[in-house]
Design a protein around this ligand. Structure first.
Ligand code: ZN
Length: 274
């Protein structure tokens, strides 16, 4: 770590700690900071193992809020795609055990709860034209986990001690409140613009490493934009879709040769079973 980096890290750590000390919560502060320094700060403040424990505490509540699709073949299919992306990401951070589930619902949406629990609506599967479009969303959600965005938002909103207490099952009231927020919003917490950009960028890299055409992410994003962004996790924050599409295209151009596998036939086959 060079001097500049460690200075940035200290400044950002101070910012987060100051926010917590002053307010106990600070949803605005975490939104503006992103990048690897914050990633490190999240690791320091909330170890991945604690995020995983919190996920364990919340899982039952989340599953009670939503209807999990009763279709082992589709569930297995989504888990297979999820596992491909987790492998491509280097299965990080250590301590997180990813899970992938399909929610029976027509919303074109996906969301992630603490501890790497990723939920995909049947509506999203139906809206995708090929596997690359679908796995692009999964890769984006996995990238929120690898970048510790959920940990950052939780700590900024609730304070580190409260999150640690919740992880240990010692703050049932706040845990229930967190679950209710999730139910009301359909996804956990709104990410900031830097976090969305980071998830877009890393997600594109994961899908390419998994052998998929990254343009699937772009075509699906355009589709979401055309339908209107209300309530869709991927479009829940600035920057505006146009600039994110431009950013994704620029990243893909820089990658040079990318796979052209779209997986159209397989997804169409799976959609018939829905
Ligand atoms: Zn996102």
């Amino acid at each position: 770590m060079n001097v500049l980096m460690s200075k940035t890290l200290v400044t950002r750590l101070q910012l987060v700690i100051l926010s917590l000390a002053m307010l106990g919560f600070a949803s605005g502060c975490a939104t503006g900071v992103g990048g690897k320094a914050t990633n490190t700060a999240a690791n320091v403040l909330l170890p991945a193992a604690e995020e995983e424990k919190l996920g364990d505490q919340m899982r039952g509540q989340v599953r009670a809020e939503f209807t999990i699709l009763d279709n082992p073949e589709i569930q297995g299919y989504i888990r297979e795609l999820g596992a491909k992306i987790v492998r491509a990401s280097g299965n990080q951070p250590r301590g997180i055990s990813y899970t992938f589930d399909v929610i029976d619902g027509n919303e074109i949406n996906a969301f992630t709860t603490p501890g790497g629990d990723i939920y995909i609506y049947t509506g999203l599967i139906k809206a995708a034209e090929n596997e690359a479009e679908l796995i692009g969303v999964i890769a984006h959600e996995v990238a929120h986990v690898t970048n510790r965005h959920i940990a950052e938002k939780l700590v900024a909103s609730y304070g580190l001690q409260t999150v640690l207490d919740m992880a240990l099952g010692q703050n049932a009231g706040t845990l229930t409140q967190l679950g209710a927020t999730l139910g009301a919003q359909g996804y956990l917490l709104k990410y900031g613009r830097d976090q969305e950009s980071e998830a877009d960028r890393d997600g594109l890299n994961y899908m390419v490493r998994a052998g998929y055409d990254p343009n699937g992410f772009v075509t699906f994003f355009k589709k979401l934009e055309a339908r209107g962004g209300g309530g869709i996790e991927m479009l829940s924050s600035h920057p505006l879709p146009k600039s994110r599409i431009d950013q994704a295209r620029a990243i893909i151009r820089k990658m040079g040769n990318t796979p052209d596998n779209l997986g159209t036939a397989r997804l169409q086959e799976m959609k018939k079973k829905l």
